[in-house]
Design a protein around this ligand. Structure first.
Ligand code: HEM
Length: 398
């Protein structure tokens, strides 16, 4: 056999073996999931529990407020929880693969795996399929509810999905209607609205609360101040007031926790045209322009010499009133026209949960050790999670 023929045969064999492994990986290996919310393997922790493990509550809350549906009615089966877990696993896998891809250059191997539907391309497609099916079931249940109402009792729902639907059904078609003229296009847009809300809101608030409780344990003085404020608060300190009128210190503590550990630590855009950033840096069309809220939250130039300390007081006026800062300095919720739409809702959720827990329980952190000079390891995907989760022992307060 000539050398060139031998080389072709070898190449063929290597490719066949590679594809066989990729296919097997695509079929049998589950997507690598983050460990932050898995049961902790450490038996020494005994009666401790993983804090904020149950992402279901945050998910249910989004379904209720943003879509006006109960998540469990859509996922109800004899083993309802496992369907939620399958959906969450699909979200985790899709986010992790997409995040890794966003950081890596587009290679020939990825193009090939995409064409052949193997490896991570296959896992991503499968995960997106699960997510899209769920999101479409939300849209369908909403459409059915609207049809029922037309026969029956009146007014539109106040949830966000209903508003999107109403905007597209305006008589002249509306701006959205013009962008998505076919019924199929409209439904796909609604499906994507559902996906973006779940993606944006499910893990962010739970990540922020995990870091908040660790930071409060590492700074008992701050925890005492939160508890004092809650005991004086007329509404129990919950989220009834998103701007923090009654609970300025709690609002400041949550904001400060997200400065040090922003739930979305890293974000970016692709420039559509040549531009110059305010700092003078030139950006060409097609370039990525990324920023790190994590790094910015720890810059001495922006936050002073004590930038690595947890100090809710930096957000308070002398009278104790919370004062927000410019989003360009604190880009935790992003800035400009595409800033977070759920910011107020997120504060309501986080304050309600934090207040409810702190009023009823003392929270003893078992792991990772609560000490500012040895911060816990983190896991960076699209959201910033505490590696291994936060393990606490709750004791009922007198
Ligand atoms: C602590 C909690 C949260 C943080 C830190 C946060 C942060 C962010 C950030 C940084 C973005 C910009 C993402 C990008 O464009 O690349 C964003 C967008 C968004 N967020 Fe949040 N978010 C939080 C909670 C929520 C909640 C609870 C909801 C609603 C249920 C929500 C809904 C949205 C939506 C719909 C967008 C897309 C806005 C647009 O593209 O115009 N977020 N969020």
């Amino acid at each position: 056999m000539e050398t060139a023929q031998l080389a072709y045969v070898l190449l063929f064999l290597v490719t066949a073996v590679l594809l066989f492994h990729l296919r097997r990986g695509g079929r049998s290996a589950p997507a690598k999931l983050t460990t932050a919310h898995r049961p902790h393997p450490n038996p020494v922790l005994g009666n401790t529990v993983e804090f904020i493990r149950n992402r279901r509550r945050f998910f249910d809350c989004i379904c209720h407020v943003a879509f006006g549906v109960e998540s469990s009615t859509l996922l109800e089966t004899a083993r309802e929880d496992s369907r939620h877990e399958a959906l969450f696993a699909a979200f985790d896998a899709a986010v992790e693969i997409s995040f890794r891809r966003a950081l890596a250059p587009f290679t020939l191997v990825r193009k090939l795996t995409g064409l052949l539907n193997v490896g991570s391309s296959r896992r991503l497609r499968e995960a997106v399929g699960v997510i899209d099916d769920y999101a479409m079931s939300v849209v369908e249940s909403k459409e059915a509810a609207c049809r029922d109402r037309e026969d029956g009792d009146g007014d539109g729902d106040p949830d966000l999905l209903s508003r999107f639907m109403a905007a597209m059904d305006e008589e002249d078609g509306g701006e959205l209607g013009a962008m998505f003229p076919t019924p199929e296009g409209k439904r796909r847009l609604l499906r994507d609205v559902v996906v973006s809300f779940v993606l944006a809101g499910k893990d962010t608030t739970s990540s922020a609360l995990t870091w908040l409780f660790w930071l409060l344990a590492a700074n008992p003085r701050c925890e005492r101040r939160v508890r004092d404020e809650l005991s004086r608060s007329p509404d129990g300190g919950g989220g009834g007031d998103a701007k923090g009128m009654h609970t300025h210190y709690l609002h400041a503590a949550i904001t400060e926790a997200m400065r040090l550990y922003p739930p979305v630590p890293f974000n970016g855009r692709v420039a559509v045209g040549d531009d110059v950033l305010p700092g003078g840096a030139a950006v060409r069309a097609g370039w990525f322009a990324n920023y790190s809220a994590y790094a910015m939250g720890r810059m001495e130039r922006l936050w002073g010499e004590d930038c690595l300390e947890f100090s809710p007081e930096r957000w308070l006026r002398d009278g104790g009133e919370f004062v927000a800062v410019d989003a360009a300095r604190y880009p935790v919720f992003h800035a400009g026209p595409r800033a977070c739409l759920g910011k107020e809702m997120a504060y309501v959720q986080m304050k309600t949960v934090a207040a409810a827990v702190l009023r009823r329980f003392s929270v003893e952190v078992a792991a990772p050790a609560p000490a500012m000079d040895s911060p816990p390891a983190y896991e960076m995907t699209a959201t910033m999670k505490m590696k291994g989760g936060l393990w606490v022992r709750l004791r009922k307060r007198e």
